[in-house]
Design a protein around this ligand. Structure first.
Ligand SMILES: Nc1ncnc2c1ncn2[C@@H]1O[C@H](COP(=O)(O)OP(=O)(O)OP(=O)(O)O)[C@@H](O)[C@H]1O
Ligand SMILES: NC(=[NH2+])NCCC[C@H](N)C(=O)O
Length: 385
């Protein structure tokens, strides 16, 4: 054997072994581990045997399950991370969250039909329109006489570029994000000027008062908990509000940011105008995650696109005498009915939270207008009864 061969063979063999080792490691990193697969199978069986009415159950067929069970995002998120909330909470309406933005692509076979069902036929080939707040001056007061509407609120969600969603965030990232949000918001002026209050260190009484007054998110949401979205709580969570509590920002609850404008009565124009001013300002200071097809990115697929939920707290005693009838009429106008304390709660004192249901495939203005027009119809019906 000549010298060249003698050297080349071990190098090739050794190089091959290194390559093989590297490929096996890559495969292992890309593969879903046995424990996760077992949990996935158990979850699938539990869901299949249940009478859950969730969109997750409706669209997680055996075929879709098998096609997705071995996939992972580059953050290491699996199908289990997406579906565990809906598996644990069989009373979910939707039952699925995206642990990171890439999940919307990797697990598209499941997300796409759910998105289409929830957002009134937004197909996988559809593209969400560009942001358009429209002409805010064209909205009015829904109930100038103050007979029906108790209060009005419009919120949107935003994710900060460069950070994954809750289940993938580290404690250090939570702190960093809270610092960024607090310092950015401290630059707001005029009507929006306010203070950031971290949840860490807030007294239980203050927290409960803010929740009871509908200003702050609740604690211990079982849907979010099961989705692994409440790690390191209360670290990184907090609320900013102006003096009158008409402009509020939630930090790191379900989404990185929730921007909220609200006030008593039915003056939607004023509420919406305030939100638009605030978002336009904050957007210049914090870069937000946006996708060409899905619009603004959020943790829950129900909030993608405009992320806008415009709601009223409203009393419609005649129409609501039959709750099923109220739901039926509301859904005719693409509206969603919730209880007084929000999602998954019951109405107290006849006060319902009624809002636009879909947030994708239409502009911000159209989403708000959907609520405006629908509520005007519901009030008309109530008056006629
Ligand atoms: N029009 C409104 N007037 C006063 N409070 C409202 C109004 N709409 C919603 N709220 C209050 O906002 C709080 C949050 O409600 P909820 O969690 O249902 O909705 P959200 O903040 O839009 O987020 P999500 O849809 O993710 O749950 C609750 O206290 C609820 O009562
Ligand atoms: N806050 C939300 N993302 N709401 C929509 C869905 C909430 C919950 N996961 C369910 O399916 O019922």
């Amino acid at each position: 054997m000549n010298y060249k061969l003698k050297v080349t063979i071990p190098v090739v063999v050794c190089g091959g072994a290194v390559l093989a080792y590297y490929l096996i490691r890559r495969k292992a990193a890309a593969m879903v581990d046995a424990t996760t697969l077992e949990k996935l199978e158990a979850g699938f069986s539990k869901l299949a045997a249940s009478d859950s009415k969730s969109l997750l159950k409706k669209y997680l067929t055996r075929e879709v399950f098998d096609a997705l069970k071995n996939k992972k995002t580059s953050f290491g998120s699996t199908l289990l991370d997406c579906i565990q909330s809906g598996v644990e909470n069989l009373d979910s309406g939707v039952g699925i969250y995206a642990p990171d933005a890439e999940a919307y692509v990797v697990f598209a076979d499941l997300f796409d039909p759910i998105i289409e069902d929830y957002h009134n036929g937004f197909k996988k080939t559809d593209k969400h329109p560009p942001k358009n707040w429209g002409d805010v001056e064209t909205l009015g007061n829904l109930d100038p006489a103050g007979e029906f509407v108790v209060s009005t609120r419009v919120r949107c969600g935003r994710s900060m570029e460069g950070y994954p969603f809750n289940p993938c965030l580290t404690e250090a990232q939570y702190k960093e994000m809270e610092d960024k949000v607090a310092s950015t918001l401290s630059g707001l002026e005029g009507e929006l000027k306010g203070t950031f209050y971290p949840l860490t260190g807030m007294s239980k009484e203050t927290q409960q008062q803010l929740i009871d007054d509908h200003f702050l998110f609740k604690e211990g949401d079982r849907f979010l908990q099961a989705a692994n979205a409440c790690r390191f709580w209360p670290t990184g969570r907090g609320i900013y509000h102006n003096e009158n509590k008409t402009f509020l920002v939630w930090c790191n609850e379900e989404d990185h940011l929730r921007l909220i404008s609200m006030q008593m009565g039915g003056d939607l124009k004023q509420v919406y105008k305030r939100l638009v001013t605030a978002v336009n300002d904050i957007e210049k200071r914090i870069p937000f995650s946006h996708n060409d097809r899905l619009g603004f990115l959020t943790f829950c697929p129900t909030n993608l696109g405009t992320t806008v939920r415009a709601s009223v707290h409203i009393k419609l005693p005649k129409l609501a005498a039959d709750k099923a009838k109220l739901e039926e009429v509301a859904s005719k106008y693409h509206l969603q009915v919730r209880g007084t304390r929000g999602e998954h709660t019951e109405a107290e004192g006849g006060v319902y939270d009624i809002s636009n249901k879909r947030r994708m495939g239409l502009t911000e203005y159209e989403a708000v207008k959907e609520m405006y027009d629908g509520i005007a119809e519901l009030i008309k019906i109530e008056k006629s009864l």
